[in-house]
Design a protein around this ligand. Sequence first.
Ligand code: WT7
Length: 656
Amino acid sequence: MSTIESVLHETRIFAPSTKFVEQANLADIEAYRALCAEAERDYPAFWSKLAQQHILWHKPFTRVLNDSEPPFFKWFEDGELNISYNCLDRHLANQPDKIAIIFEADNGDVNHCTYRELYQRVCQFANGLKALDIKKGDRIIIYMPMRIEAVIAMQACARIGAIHSVVFGGFSAKSLHERIVDAGAAAVITADEQTRGGKNHPLKATVDEALSMGDTDSVKSVVIYKHTGVDIAWQNNRDIWWHDLIHGKQGECAPEWVNAEHPLFTLYTSGSTGKPKGVQHSSAGYLLGTMISMQWVFDYKPTDIFWCTADVGWITGHSYVAYGPLAMGATQVIFEGIPTYPDAGRFWKIIQQHKVTTFYTAPTAIRSLIKLGADLPQQYDLSSLRLLGSVGEPINPEAWMWYYTVVGQSRCPIVDTWWQTETGCHMIAPIPGAIPLKPGSCTLPLPGISAAVVDEAGHDVELGKGGFLVIKRPFPSQIRTLWKDPARFKKTYFPEDICGGRYYLAGDSAHRDKEGYFWIMGRIDDVLNVSGHRLGTMEIESALVANPLVAEAAVVGKPHEIKGEAVVAFVVLKGQRPHGAQASEIAGTLREWVAREIGPIARPEEIRFGDNLPKTRSGKIMRRLLRSLAKGEEITQDTSTLENPAILEQLKQPVS
Ligand code: WT7
């Protein structure tokens, strides 16, 4: 059964235990409702109060929301602050020796870094960046392993007002190149290699390849963190070792005060066209979102050991590794490796060893761990856990129940958090002491977040009916624009033809049940969610047709037990349709080709060959049909408009 089908039958409810409620930051539904009512009563006053409570301002703001040029909203616009100051300096007075990061390497080595040490290391590196003549507003690409240095690089950029753009270490040279060019980056920060699951993978060599692809003159420096010590190619006057850059630099660096709306970072994400979108976030509004969600959704306590397993290459790793936990002064675990190395008990072992209290991961990881060892968690002491979290895709109730009973021992609420790269922080998620849970539902919007399910005209649909998921009012942590492309920003998120461009369109469909709980049904655009990562079908299609063998390609998703969704590619070759061993060989070549062009996460699960694709008489590819074929369903749709029905037979079977 697919996730969507199984959530439709879900009726169980799980209220938090008395013990959880007694310690919760927000302990009953009335407290939640009171906050929602406060936001309702005076929206600017609600956000203004939170922004004053949570953020340390260098210059206080006097204006809360400027909505004079929708959808380009500004929050706290005349205020000034520094994000790194808010994450580090603020803890120096009262808790300099508190551990900020417990780092566990792929090979199991553990290092601790206190707030004072982190502050010094960030300052040193920030001074290094300044020595490279990097200035406020410059864009810096970070292509790093999941190690403390990745966070240091991000925080150092924030400290000097440079705009970072982290590229996940699994992305290919071509994807990296695309992002470097779009950002017009002044520098790239990388490492010689990264290590995951006992294997080393090149990073610097990939940067070299990306920088040889043209249009990269903006890049003046490449900073390389020495991790594995492997030999790397070197370009004098451009390349510099991390350790040489910080050598002799001061452990103090005055923060660059920036305007509240100064871009903290851009982060690229897939959309319905072939070109990734550079989602641009603000400084103050973004930080506020990460802090209030730490407080509300993660019920943050100073005694917590917080662990978000996401890589800093994704928004989850930005908000709940690099910024939110540090701003709150939390102790957090950062893990370099993968859940299945050296065995499928790795996560549970880390929780036991570091006494993790709050554990936040993705449904795909949970499903793969169930498959590899459903009873493994019982071999570890997981009694430190008090709260579990899920993110990235709907969690199927079966995985939810296992997570709840086996990992959380029926003691820990699960916060199923719906949000996006564009929203910066959780939008719809339970406040765990206040809101009873239903497996597979992300429950209710956070206070101040006007999430709704509407029809094309923008009217709320009846409870139980599906519609577009929108957020009606602007909120502080939302995307400000797409880097250098305000027109695409407007068209994508505030399209005229849906709700008249008035509401933020999330790109998901959803429905609400009788109690108003939200159930996410999937994307409304040509975007797939593979293992919690967004992949544009067009991007994969472009990669396929870039191969000299391929004439035409169409990509769709099909339900997958572990990944949630898997990539299925229908391909027409320039020559004859291949058969037998030749077909398998070409399919293998094309799968690897896509992995190299985009990154291994985009590698198609299946490739099918046809003499043509199913098209209407006007030449439009019938994706609906392809989706049914990929799922192995009987074709019940109307195929009367199909020009070439015979090819459906050809496309039924995957190449073995
Ligand atoms: C898309 C956003 C937010 C960080 C990770 C992914 C899907 C995300 C959930 C959830 C159902 C979810 C949506 C959304 N999604 N969380 N809890 N339940 N669906 O960030 O790459 O920007 O993807 O992920 O489809 O639109 P992203």
